[in-house]
Write a protein that binds this ligand. Sequence first.
Ligand code: HEC
Length: 185
Amino acid sequence: MNFNRPRFALATLSILATLSIPVLTCSVASIADADEPPTLVSTSKSPVIPEQVTFNAHIRPIMSNTCFACHGPDAEENPSGYRIDSFAAATSVLPSDDEAVGIKPGDPMHSEAFLRIIDEGNGEQMPPAEFRHRLTDYDKALFRRWIEQGAKYEQHWSYAPIVRPAVPAVNTFADKVHNPIDALF
Ligand code: HEC
């Protein structure tokens, strides 16, 4: 058989080229995807709303993802004038309406901030529709419970004074506890 080498090489090359087209297309597509900002950033995954909602564990992460960019301490631009990063500011009357407050402790349905986050579709929704992050239903439920429980703000944990925790009382295996650290486990 007359085995024609150059022709064989040419055929192999063209097969390889055809095969690599979809591979190349895929990688270009995934590079394009990577440029898209994530539309949903949820800081909280569990569907069960905790009994006690706290500012540092639950609310601060939500606010820093979805509110602080425009209503926080380092907001580059805060056209509304409303600040939500401290109890005093968040619970004051609104810059735009001295009959309403942003957060009314114990009463989410009279808290303009909460009404704005559950309001979808009439143009007053917060964060604004074009903002890069959204609140999930779970985030909204946490927000609601936090206001119901008094909207207590907490210092950032890194500024909070160190408090010595109480050593828990141990009933079972008490004979195995030789020092306070043992009691924690
Ligand atoms: C991208 C910027 C941006 C983000 C993020 C944002 N807001 Fe706003 N917010 C605005 C602007 C602009 C206004 C003023 C226009 C308006 O009233 O809709 C406003 C107004 C408000 C008002 C009414 C203030 C007033 O005086 O009437 C409240 C309350 C509010 N935002 C709460 C929130 C909460 C809560 C979040 C987070 C869940 C949030 N906003 C996230 C831009 C933002």
